[in-house]
Design a protein around this ligand. Structure first.
Ligand code: B12
Ligand code: SF4
Length: 462
């Protein structure tokens, strides 16, 4: 039996990836598919296609017995197009991943079968049913203990990625209003056995690794103990990997944790600061960032002192955001001293509280689904924002980026990372690449606005 597993092209990669060697820094391994591949019995012949590596002519290839597609929301329209192609060839299509899990009824209109949730508990059944010609239209999976997650099949993807990928925990207790992780993976923080993580790390060929956990260190004392154990095991195993991960700002409060992380190969962390204002943090449900009067600058500096770069993320377009928010974000990020800033538009992702609220209030303006899902990359203003018109929010975004990535501020940051030995080359490349993308962003907003206006016009004509 032949199985194709496909990661549809990602609109962000399409607009930003240039062919050539640097492409490898813009594409990321579809770990979900590599995990599904591990769960597949040996008598299935599996091929994984990552369309971000190039789109294939599937019709010219051997006909598969089953196709499995994964998709973030932004990839959903391409996923449905692929499903159409394969179904026209008489091939059955299964879809899983975050979008199909949050919108199973929509997905079921386009594919033969939807797997909602984590595949581990149902995939063997799906394959057995497919073999018997008795595929159900929906399988609802239960979250599993992570000892049931075997090492992903890293051998199935070709070279050409800068980073390998691994997962060591699932779930997040914080349940921020804009995020679908708690709905999808649950509020309980589940850990993989450390020996399994080390074994899988050894099977990753890349020197650089993205740890995909939503929060590698967790939020409670018990989570931190586990993170320290993991880092100690990584040091002892002499993996010689360099890795980056998402964490919460509490990382800056534990010197031992920081020292172990750095010795275990951590070179950078991504932290969601979300908003420079207390009202904004309350709105998104992340007052955790400022509990016990935590000082962001001190926390960031403590992390950086261990040679770890800090990338900070903020959201623009909260109900409490007024004109001037772009400048406030850039100044807060500079004040905290982060090395890299990502500012994203508040986006109503399916399954989140932001979706529910905006949907009820009729504020989801980019809503010709499924084709409009392509704009749900968090890089387009897809909603009506409470205090900012579309033109204003785009201006605020531009202001945030231009201010943070001004030549003077880039220069100061580079000097600091050079002087303190904090991966100056990585810092240089990231800062310059963000600055270079400013012009591309303008083009993208312009095309987005044009497409939206054309759509409105078409609807009015009908
Ligand atoms: C790593 C990661 C990334 C990586 C990219 C990874 C990649 N493959 O391209 C980076 C950092 C680049 C990234 C970027 C973005 N990301 Co991201 N990312 C994640 C993260 C943290 C982990 C994903 C992961 O690898 N999980 C580990 C694997 C094992 O789990 P999994 O993929 O869910 O797979 C399991 C199941 O879903 C299922 N499954 C999956 N596929 C399939 C297929 C079949 C056939 C079957 C049967 C089952 C199945 O089985 C698997 C095993 O249980 C998730 C959060 C999360 N916890 O999921 C956010 C998440 C997926 N990202 C999110 C977002 C919003 C983005 C961005 C748009 C944000 C931005 N602008 O920066 C971009 C856009 C990327 C894009 N493709 O368009 C959202 C997506 C929400 C949504 N509805 O789309 C998430 C859920 C986080 C959130 N805040 O809500 N991301
Ligand atoms: S944004 Fe981060 S901290 Fe908040 S719920 Fe999602 S994963 Fe957890």
């Amino acid at each position: 039996m032949r199985l194709y597993l496909i990661n549809p092209v990602n609109p962000l990669a399409l607009s930003e990836v240039r062919q050539g060697w640097f492409k490898r820094f813009r594409i990321w391994k579809p770990l979900g598919l590599l995990t599904v591949a591990t769960l597949t019995p040996a008598d299935w012949q599996i091929t994984v296609f990552d369309e971000n590596q190039g789109i294939r002519d599937y019709a010219a290839m051997p006909r598969p017995d089953l196709v499995g597609i994964t998709a973030f929301t932004s990839q959903a329209s391409r996923a449905y197009e692929l499903a159409r192609q394969f179904r026209a060839m008489g091939v059955r299509v299964v879809m899983g991943g975050i979008h199909a899990s949050m919108r199973p009824q929509e997905a079921m209109k386009h594919v033969d079968c939807v797997v909602a949730g984590e595949a581990e508990s149902v995939w063997a059944q799906v394959l057995a049913d497919a073999r018997r010609g008795d595929l159900k239209s929906l399988y609802e999976a239960e979250p599993v203990g992570l000892e049931a997650v075997p090492p992903a099949r890293h051998d199935l993807l070709p070279r050409g990625y800068a980073f390998g990928a691994i997962q060591t925990t699932r779930g997040c207790p914080l349940n921020c209003s804009f995020c679908s992780v708690t709905v999808f993976n649950g509020a309980r923080y589940r850990n993989r056995p450390i020996s399994n993580v080390i074994e899988e790390m050894r099977s990753i060929r890349e020197k650089y690794v993205l740890v995909v956990d939503d929060n590698l260190i967790g939020t409670s004392a018990a989570h931190i103990v586990r993170a320290k154990e993991l880092f100690r095991a990584m040091i002892q195993a002499e993996l010689h990997k360099r890795w980056i991960a998402q964490v919460t700002i509490n990382m800056g409060g534990d010197e031992e944790l920081l020292s172990l992380a750095a010795k275990a190969g951590c070179i950078g962390v991504f932290i969601g600061f979300e908003s420079p204002t207390v009202e904004g943090l309350a709105e998104v449900g992340k007052k955790y960032n400022i509990v016990n009067g935590r000082d962001m600058r001190t926390s960031v500096q403590r992390i950086q002192r261990h040679g770890i770069l800090v990338a900070g993320s903020f959201i623009i377009g909260l109900d409490s955001d007024e004109c001037g928010i772009g400048r406030r974000i850039a100044d807060a990020a500079s004040g905290y001293g982060v090395d890299i800033l990502t500012t994203l538009f508040l986006t109503p992702l399916p399954g989140t509280r932001v979706w529910d609220k905006m949907q009820t209030e009729g504020r989801i303006s980019t809503n010709a689904f499924p084709q409009d899902w392509q704009y749900y990359t968090l890089t387009f203003p897809v909603a009506d924002y409470k205090q900012l018109s579309r033109e204003q929010i785009v201006r605020e975004m531009d202001c945030s980026n231009r201010r943070f990535y001004s030549p003077g501020r880039i220069g100061r940051r580079l000097w600091a990372s050079f002087w303190r030995g904090r991966h100056p080359v990585v810092s240089l490349v990231s800062n310059l690449s963000y600055r270079r993308s400013l012009r591309a962003n303008h083009r993208a907003y312009y095309q987005f606005t044009l497409a939206q206006e054309q759509d409105r016009h078409r609807v009015a004509m009908h």
